[in-house]
Design a protein around this ligand. Structure first.
Ligand code: CAA
Length: 258
């Protein structure tokens, strides 16, 4: 397996696990870490033996944001010419379902990385926030868009304009996260959910994920039209034949995992 400097990568059954590993900087997202996370996630996405990807951090921090020290010396011209955050967008295009397992701080880019994932599983003491306003900037990895779609304008404005943090119970209530679990259970719970997802039909998971994301990105009519055509396309797959035959024959389905 490839050697990385800022992340740890391992495979647990059919789940690819990426652990952010810059503990001294609370997993601040610098360019090297961005490139490594995207490379590792894309490698898992291309591997038919992998059916789900979990991204996690440490107990203290999922990630405390984009690396302020790295950004502090840059000017407008460099940020825009380098398209500084653009590689992160590639995580949103993965076909394999992704789960953020969040303990501790998920601030700024850390919150945005969690929201780039399909599900967020968070510990009771996890803290979410978009505190960029305190640095004289605004969210830059999709936070103003994904947070607003996830929890609505009123709450997103509150967080983004005041820079206040939100604890996991509020994030759970508002629908920012999928599940809140005891702090010690974050990674086990995320791996269990990943295992469940990885046991389903891979093609159906990819299409289901695409359909839900369309709801996030478009209006209702276009979204329903997309869902309908993706649904019809499942009838071109062996997994549809197998899944429905298994139901009729009262047995477990034997899905293709690629
Ligand atoms: N970038 C770079 N380094 C960071 C960092 C970040 N986002 N967050 C923490 N660190 C570093 C600290 O500088 C410190 O390093 P040193 O020991 O070398 O000084 C180390 O991590 C530990 O941090 P603290 O001593 O500050 O730890 P704490 O427990 O007192 O506070 C914290 C924790 C509240 C998370 C605090 O570190 C903090 O406020 N961090 C910044 C949060 C932030 O503003 N995030 C948004 C960044 S901008 C962004 O993300 C833009 C975007 O949209 C992509």
């Amino acid at each position: 397996m490839t050697d990385y400097n800022t992340i740890l990568v391992e495979v647990r059954d059919r789940t690819g696990l990426i652990t952010l590993n810059r503990p001294k900087a609370l997993n601040a997202l610098n360019t090297e870490l961005m490139n490594e996370v995207v490379d590792a996630a894309e490698a898992f996405d291309a591997d038919p033996a992998i059916g789900a990807i979990v991204i996690t951090g440490s107990q203290r921090a999922f990630a405390a944001g984009a690396d302020i020290k790295e950004m502090s010396v840059k000017d407008f011209s460099e940020m825009s010419t380098e398209q500084f955050f653009s590689r992160w967008d590639r995580l949103a295009s993965l076909r394999t379902p992704t789960i953020a397992a969040v303990s501790g701080y998920a601030l700024g880019g850390g919150c945005e990385l969690a929201m780039l994932c399909d599900l967020i599983i968070a510990g009771e003491s996890a803290t979410f926030g978009q505190p960029e306003i305190n640095l004289g900037v605004i969210p830059g990895i999709g936070g103003s868009q994904r947070l607003t779609r996830a929890i609505g304008k009123a709450k997103a404005m509150d967080m983004i304009l005041t820079g206040r943090n939100m604890k996991a119970d509020e994030a759970d209530r508002l629908g920012l996260i999928s599940r809140m679990v005891a702090d010690d259970d974050v990674l086990p719970a995320a791996l269990e959910v990943a295992g469940t997802i990885a046991g389903k039909s891979a093609i159906a998971s990819a299409l289901a994920k695409e359909a839900v994301n369309r709801a996030f990105e478009s209006g209702l009519t276009e979204g329903v039209r997309t869902e309908r055509s993706l649904f019809y396309s499942t009838f071109a797959t062996q997994d549809q034949t197998e899944g429905m035959a298994a139901f009729v024959e009262k047995r477990d389905p034997d899905f293709q995992h690629r």
